[in-house]
Design a protein around this ligand. Structure first.
Ligand SMILES: C[S@@+](CC[C@H](N)C(=O)[O-])C[C@H]1O[C@@H](n2cnc3c(N)ncnc32)[C@H](O)[C@@H]1O
Length: 207
């Protein structure tokens, strides 16, 4: 099974926000140039104002902790990808130990987005490259199932995600920014956080 956390709100501070006082302050505290730190709505909410869904690396953090610890991943049946709002595709080796601590996770993602791989030397555990969601789905070559509240309602026992590419939105509100071919499924009219959708999707593989 392939899992893609899609349109994730994970990005380095964009140049147009780099001069905002709130961003400059947090870059100073981190001791890094503003464009080399992750945009984070907790610290940069004034700079982000008007685009409330941006700056949510925490969503990716929790989703990755869940996915990489899953039975499917530990049994070598899962491949995890993160696709971001800027069309960066992050590929994660199944043996990667995602830092439990959020600040350490942020540092790792900053390094990944700047250098393109972590660790920078030797066999990488994570790589980052440019690519659209549709291109990734095509490359993976399996039917895509897109988790979407507006999709066809199914119970988790009816999902049948084995041998599919599962797409879950890595954003806090609004709709997918990217289009991808696939079957849209909903777990019901209740709105779930991305990590809950990941948990249900991976649990369904065990039924
Ligand atoms: C917080 S939701 C995204 C925002 C949501 N569209 C909203 O209006 O708040 C994050 C992701 O979780 C998944 N998700 C949330 N609720 C779901 C549901 N009821 N059924 C299936 N997937 C769901 C979708 O993949 C969605 O993109």
């Amino acid at each position: 099974v392939n899992l893609i956390i899609a349109d994730s709100e994970l990005e380095l501070v964009p140049p147009e926000m780099a001069k905002h006082p709130q961003v400059k302050e947090s870059a100073k505290i981190r001791g890094k140039p503003a464009t080399e730190i992750l945009l984070d709505s907790t610290n940069h909410f004034k700079a982000i104002f008007g685009e409330q869904r941006r700056g949510r690396p925490d969503i990716v953090h929790v989703c990755l902790l869940l996915a990489l610890d899953s039975l499917a991943n530990q049994q070598g049946k899962l491949k995890v990808f993160v696709h971001t709002r800027n069309d960066v595709i992050i590929e994660i080796h199944s043996s990667t130990r995602i830092p439990r601590n959020y600040n350490r996770f942020v540092g790792l993602m900053e390094q990944l987005l700047l250098v393109g791989k972590v660790p920078p030397e030797g066999t990488p555990l994570m790589t980052a490259r440019k690519g659209t969601l549709q291109k990734l789905v095509d490359e993976l070559g399996k039917k895509a199932v897109i988790f979407d509240e507006n999709g066809k309602t199914k119970r988790i026992g009816e999902l049948h995600l084995g041998d599919k590419t599962v797409i879950i939105g890595g954003f806090p509100s609004g709709d997918y920014l990217s289009k991808a071919d696939g079957q849209k499924v909903s777990l019901g009219s209740e709105q779930l956080c991305a990590w809950s959708a990941v948990a249900y999707a991976l649990s369904s593989l065990e039924l």
